[in-house]
Design a protein around this ligand. Structure first.
Ligand code: ZN
Length: 416
């Protein structure tokens, strides 16, 4: 089943190469910061060239769906569906043949902001808040978006980029990112700092002013971005980057495709190797976000981000730390199933981490050892620029750059 879905997804992706053929998203979000609630008006528009006859949108089951509008649909329904390890509500809209015109589906829903996503100082909605609908297995579908956020007097809004329009209580952001990654932070006060060298790196914090530790982290982030722009990102460089420090202390840190990361820990300190590696890992997700976290292509996200962070650690002069971390990861991979064809839903989550993160990192290290750093970095930079999203696609790229023998070797490693 998953193979079929993946196949369908790949066919859709390859069929939708002209830029105009992608769907777009328009969101109006009203936040009530003191009650920690929101109302969302979400419009998903398919271009005229898209002839999809059935559109499915999955939505968090805890939200109250107030309205579904789908002009020119012949049928629409809302059901509960089992999805990955959860149950969601699914909006299904069916159209007659040959629509030939642009179509939209608009949902209005209300919900509570999860406890982990607010403090006394901030409410935030982003990828891991799961606040947006998405097409099944296409959470990371890339969509142009417009996000308008309305807040009560006295509140401000920040997102992964500056607003394109702003008036009292109303902020509009426009950009392109994955379907679930639109981001809004709402607070009475934000504390900000920006790097002074290289591409602008902005830290946005709530709850307390930036500390000396935060300033050290900001300088490190600038150094990491500069290193990546010379190596893995040299064909698609970072021109600006935002790190959010909401101080919610819940969930993990995560990267966003739109040149941003969320670091929720208030005691984060990059003087510790572990935290430095997290920061470098999350920044690198700017390039590593095109695999699917539902299947084995997740190593294209997670092993690549993990190995990128190790490349930075080594380049910063910490050879011992680099070796130590590689050895630590390698220890956890004995007896694990092959990466190729790995089905995460057949195992507990720790096994997913051991295979997708740790084993994958070992394979990248072995590939680099085999072909040398320069050729290896060429492969990573090309893969990043091409937004490789399949394992055969990555093996092909390795074959092209390093030759068929190395391609065959990699395939065997992935199947080992
Ligand atoms: Zn990651």
């Amino acid at each position: 089943m998953k193979r079929l879905l993946l196949f369908l997804l790949l066919t859709t992706l390859s069929a939708s190469s002209p830029a105009l053929a992608t769907p777009s998203v328009r969101v109006t979000l009203q936040v009530e910061p003191e009650a920690h609630t929101f109302t969302c008006r979400y419009r998903f528009t398919l271009p005229a060239s898209d002839t999809t006859s059935v559109v499915l949108l999955n939505l968090n089951r805890r939200y109250k769906l107030q309205q579904v509008q789908a002009p020119r649909a012949v049928q629409q329904s809302v059901t509960r569906v089992a999805y990955s390890i959860d149950t969601l509500q699914q909006i299904q809209v069916r159209y007659g043949p040959n629509p030939r015109r642009s179509r939209y589906i608009e949902l209005v829903y209300t919900g509570n902001i999860d406890e982990g996503n607010y403090t006394d100082h901030v409410n935030f909605l982003s990828a891991h808040s799961l606040w947006l609908p998405f097409r099944p297995y296409q959470e990371y579908e890339i969509v142009p978006y417009q996000l308008t956020v309305r807040v009560p007097p006295g509140y401000q809004v920040r997102s992964t980029r500056p607003p394109s329009r702003q008036q009292a209580g109303r902020y509009t952001f426009a950009g392109t990112t994955s379907a679930i990654e639109l981001t809004a932070l709402v607070a009475r006060q934000f504390y900000q700092a920006a790097s002074t060298t290289g591409p602008p790196i902005t830290f946005i914090k709530t709850g307390a002013p930036l500390t000396a530790t935060d300033s050290v982290m900001l300088r490190r982030a600038a150094a990491i971005v500069a290193y990546y722009n010379r190596t893995i990102g040299r064909q698609d460089t970072i021109s600006h980057f935002t790190a959010f420090l909401p101080g919610t202390n819940s969930g993990g840190a995560y990267g966003l495709l739109d040149n941003a990361t969320i670091i929720p820990y208030s005691n984060f300190n990059v003087a510790e190797t572990e935290d430095l590696l997290i920061l470098a890992h999350e920044i690198s997700h700017k390039w590593w976000g095109y695999g699917s976290f539902h299947d084995e292509t997740d190593w294209l996200n997670e092993a690549f981000a993990t190995y990128s962070s190790l490349l930075y650690l080594q380049a910063s002069g910490d050879e011992a730390g680099y070796q130590q971390e590689l050895a630590r990861l390698a220890q956890s991979t004995a007896g694990t199933p092959p990466l190729w064809g790995f089905d995460r839903y057949k195992y507990e989550y720790p096994m997913h981490r051991r295979v997708m993160y740790n084993k994958g990192t070992g394979i990248l290290h072995a590939l680099r050892t085999r072909i040398g750093t320069e050729q290896f970095l060429n492969i990573l930079a090309t893969s990043a620029a091409q937004k490789t999203s399949t394992n055969p696609g990555f093996v092909r790229l390795v074959e092209q750059v390093a030759g068929p023998e190395t391609g065959a070797w990699l395939l065997a490693e992935l199947k080992r």
